[in-house]
Design a protein around this ligand. Structure first.
Ligand SMILES: Cc1cc2nc3c(=O)[nH]c(=O)nc-3n(C[C@H](O)[C@H](O)[C@H](O)COP(=O)(O)O)c2cc1C
Length: 227
């Protein structure tokens, strides 16, 4: 492993900072798109590392795809019976990060998870390919399973129950279909620079520990951290 890569990003000066975390985030997402950065062009959405704590207070983390982004925070879809969903039911505190390594940029969130509205979830479910919709019925995410053959048999069972007629209505929304957004009380914009003198600009919600709308200019105070 080498530690010699210089981070030659543009950095982030307070004078260039947008008035709200949402405006700054939108700017970085757009710039990543314009630069063709990894993940930015993907119809799949952006990879988000999403962390929770379990019942013992031990951290857990996994990758999800950011499917929703609005001033309430970044959101994703998942299985309501999954380990992450069960952890969030007991403790909604969470953290997430998304980044574009080739632009030397990462955005980091700390906050609480809030459920995504059923109408939004259903509308998104209807857009998924038929196989993905069947898989959402067949898989009980995070539960143990004896073999892949058992999973495939479940897939075949639901495929026969909800055949593909090419319509979004072919497959009903599974009862366990769920989604969460990270409603943040802290958002950090990290911009890599040379000699490890990176910029770290942090928006903190005025009501400590309570999430704020990302597009509310009065709700956030800005500070800088050492790299
Ligand atoms: C690129 C990528 C995207 C993923 N997107 C999702 C997603 O949007 N939702 C999801 O539930 N799992 C997604 N997964 C799978 C998760 O990383 C994880 O395996 C799964 O959610 C189970 O996590 P849990 O047992 O902690 O609940 C993705 C994995 C990868 C590698």
């Amino acid at each position: 492993m080498t530690d010699r890569v210089e981070y030659l990003g543009e950095g982030l000066a307070e004078s260039d900072l947008a008035a709200t975390p949402f405006a700054q985030l939108s700017r970085w997402v757009q710039e990543a798109h314009a630069e063709g950065a990894r993940g930015a062009e993907s119809p799949e959405g952006l990879a988000l590392s999403f962390a929770t704590v379990d019942a013992d207070g031990a951290p857990d983390v996994r990758t999800v795809l950011m499917r929703f982004l609005d001033p309430r925070g970044p959101g994703f879809v998942t299985d309501g019976g999954s380990a992450k969903a069960r952890q969030l039911a007991a403790d909604p505190r969470c953290a997430a990060s998304l980044g574009w390594p080739e632009l030397f940029r990462v955005v980091r969130f700390r906050g609480v998870a809030q459920p995504i509205e059923p109408e939004l979830l259903a509308a998104y479910f209807a857009q998924r390919p038929w196989g993905s919709r069947i898989a959402a019925w067949a898989s009980h995410q995070s539960d143990p399973i004896g073999s892949r053959a058992v999973l495939m048999a479940e897939f075949d069972r639901y495929a026969a129950r909800f055949p593909d007629h090419g319509s979004p209505d072919d497959v009903p929304v599974p009862p366990t279909w769920a989604g969460f957004r990270v409603a943040p009380w802290e958002v950090e914009f990290w911009a890599g620079r040379s000699s490890r003198l990176h910029d770290r600009v942090v928006f903190t919600a005025a009501g400590a520990g309570h999430p704020s709308l990302l597009d509310d200019p009065g709700a956030w105070r800005v500070s800088r951290r050492q790299p």
